[in-house]
Ligand binder design. Structure first.
Ligand code: IPE
Ligand code: IPE
Ligand code: MG
Length: 255
């Protein structure tokens, strides 16, 4: 895909990832370690979201995509799912004005049709409020699955062919990418997962193609601005070769 290309170095000679995604995992274990119920971990995790959003904004990251609820998370006990939905509603009500004040564009990606009407309305209203903002783009993945994202893009292209809007030959990596959830954002540079597990859990399967992966044992409620900056520094140390030799990649970095 032609949008996979090395990053230009910043003025301070440090590569800042333009698009960072985070699998925010470990809330339940964090709460259990404190002798509390899992819900306490989800509540504490909201503070880490605030910290990471502020830090991304200050570092001039262009896009931050956070995995809040997967398409598989519906399988959890109904009570926990209910609390997560209530928390989502509460955070939207409380935080979106602050995001707007900081020029952040807010959006939710995923299959929203399974959410309550109230939540869907709240999401639409929040997105609408911030739609013209030009700063950080904050995407929350809710009832999101990477396979769903790929399947819905395939369905859209098939429908366009069916209706004669495009021809079969128009389907390629770029036109497919255009139908995926984060198409209008810079290519994903860095994927972080907290909580100690080294897996993708059906997150951004298409988008992860050439992202740097970073796994940390830190549980999500313990993740903070300092830890986030440490990961960004670590990203700067990685050599991204995009299939080329190390020698070629280093030459391009200097140019
Ligand atoms: C991540 O934390 C939050 C969601 C999946 C909603 P978990 O709830 O998965 O926490 P652990 O992995 O059980 O510790
Ligand atoms: C991934 O965490 C989903 C979110 C962080 C929202 P899970 O805790 O659901 O992942 P698995 O089930 O352990 O892979
Ligand atoms: Mg988990």
């Amino acid at each position: 895909m032609n949008n996979i290309k090395p990053l230009a170095k910043q003025a301070n000679n440090k590569s800042i990832p333009q698009h960072i995604a985070i699998i925010m995992d470990g809330n339940g274990r964090w709460a259990q370690l404190q002798g509390k119920g899992r819900v306490a971990g989800h509540k504490a995790g909201v503070e880490s979201v605030r910290a990471v959003v502020a830090s991304a904004r200050k570092s001039n990251v262009k896009a931050l995509t956070l995995f809040a609820f997967s398409s598989e998370n519906w399988q959890r006990p109904a009570k926990e799912v209910g609390v997560l939905m209530d928390l989502f509603m509460y955070v939207l009500t409380k935080e979106v004005k602050r995001l707007h004040k900081h020029n952040i564009r807010f959006q939710v990606i995923g299959d929203l049709s399974r959410f309550s009407d109230d939540l869907q309305k709240k999401i639409a209203k929040s997105e609408q409020l911030t739609i013209n903002n030009t700063g950080l783009v904050l995407s929350i993945a809710a009832n999101y699955g990477g396979r769903w994202d790929i399947a819905q893009a395939a369905k859209k292209l098939a429908s366009d062919v069916n209706q004669g809007i495009i021809s079969l030959d128009d389907i390629n990596e770029d036109s497919f990418n255009e139908q995926t959830s984060l198409a209008d954002l810079p290519t994903l540079d860095l994927l972080i997962r907290t909580g100690g597990d080294c897996r993708i859990s059906n997150f951004l399967l298409w988008q992860v193609a050439y992202a740097e992966l970073f796994f940390t044992d830190t549980l999500w409620p313990d993740f903070n601005e300092k830890k986030f900056q440490e990961v960004i520094n670590c990203f700067d140390q990685r050599e991204r070769r995009f299939g080329k030799t190390g020698e070629q990649a280093r030459k391009e970095q200097i140019l």
